[in-house]
Design a protein around this ligand. Structure first.
Ligand SMILES: *Cc1c(COP(=O)(O)O)cnc(C)c1O
Length: 357
């Protein structure tokens, strides 16, 4: 197979161990003689995977007992609706830190009263707004902890006087999280914990059932709690790969260990961006994401963009094109991205600098 360095924003790079296990299971799932994509979700072998996966989530993120772990359909985008449907009674506030946050807010506005408490739209979402006051008359505050497109991150657990709900699609399992500070944490699996096709949610159970509206069955989180995420046919394949991905994460020391490595990877790449006169980072330094690193050609070198893209591609770099709404470059250095790949990108930037000096 061709050797590449995969920096794609999602679906993400996954650990080779998880992929190898998946290939085996596609031939024969747990000795059943059936490939995992054809296994009945009502078998005890499958239920074993569901149980194991839930336990791994609980263990890796230290999730307290009064929280449920759910595997849901519809990706993070459906999550926007789950949030509003299940938690919005009178009023909700959203921290508008990017397009995903804005989309989450849009869904809430369709259901009740919702507004942006602060926004960084004035500077193309290149920073995290600070100094806003969280009112106490709202049902919840919604945040997007990692802004995948702009490379900014709220890499700490904020204190909120009202229930806090977070879209953690692109930084889940990249750092330890104090789950007890949140009413709900959710996201699509395909940025850091698995393939596309399944979303996750960590929900504080006793906060549900407080809205007065009718909630359609599939959008009611209690349906999925009662059905243990198998109210209807779950995406068995996606959940299988997620489980293997979490097993890998546990085997290398869990979230604390990966956080250390993630920080090293990010420091390596940001260090080069700051040193290399050809490039400049786009996110405010204090808000830089350790998952998505966004940069552009420095002023005066803008016309070298396509050339660098081709130069990097030749050296095996994949997926470094910035999101279509911001341009430039974005290297997503999720959990499974090895530091060797980050080093290869850094070397590539240095070589390009030598060539152009
Ligand atoms: C990718 C992404 C989404 C959308 O996820 P889907 O699973 O494709 O709906 C939402 N929020 C964030 C922060 C993302 O990175």
């Amino acid at each position: 197979m061709k050797k590449v360095h995969n920096f794609t924003a999602g679906p993400c790079i996954l650990p080779q161990e998880a992929i190898d296990k998946t290939i085996e299971a596609l031939k024969d799932f747990k000795g059943t003689g059936v490939p995992v994509i054809s296994i009945s979700h009502r078998t005890k072998e499958w239920e074993g995977v569901m149980d194991e996966c839930r336990s791994l989530w609980r263990e890796l993120l230290n999730i307290p007992d009064d929280y449920e772990i759910l595997f849901l359909p519809g990706g993070a985008s459906m999550g926007f609706l789950y949030v509003a449907m299940n938690f919005l009674n009178t009023k909700a506030a959203y921290l508008e830190t990017g397009v995903w946050a804005k989309k989450a807010l849009k869904e809430a506005k369709g259901i009740g009263e919702a507004y942006a408490i602060a926004s960084s739209a004035d500077k193309t979402y290149s920073y995290i707004p600070k100094g806003y006051e969280i009112p106490d008359d709202i049902d919840y505050l919604h945040i997007t902890t990692n802004n995948t497109i702009y490379g900014t991150e709220i890499a700490y657990d904020i204190d909120s006087p009202v229930p806090l709900i977070a879209d953690m699609s692109s930084d889940i399992m990249s750092r330890p999280v104090d789950v007890s500070k949140y009413a709900m944490i959710y996201g699509g699996a395909q940025k850091n914990v698995g393939p596309a096709g399944v979303a996750f949610a960590i929900v504080k159970k006793d906060l549900l059932g407080k809205v007065s509206r009718y909630i359609p069955t599939m959008l009611d989180l209690r349906t999925h709690i009662d059905g243990k995420s198998m109210f209807n046919t779950p995406p068995v394949f996606a959940i299988f790969v997620m489980n293997e991905t979490l097993k890998w994460l546990k085997s290398i020391g869990g979230v604390e260990a990966i956080n250390k490595i993630n920080k090293e990877k990010a420091a390596l790449l940001y260090g080069e961006i700051d040193r290399n006169p050809l490039f400049v980072g786009t996110a405010a330094k204090e808000d830089r994401s350790i998952m998505n690193v966004c940069f552009v050609m420095a002023p005066g070198y803008e016309d070298l963009q396509d050339e660098f893209m081709a130069f990097a591609k030749e050296r095996g770099m994949i997926g470094i094109k910035g999101h279509r709404s911001v341009g430039g470059f974005r290297a997503s250095i999720y959990n499974a991205c090895p530091i060797e790949s980050v080093q290869a990108l850094v070397d590539c930037m240095r070589e390009f600098e030598q060539l152009k000096k």
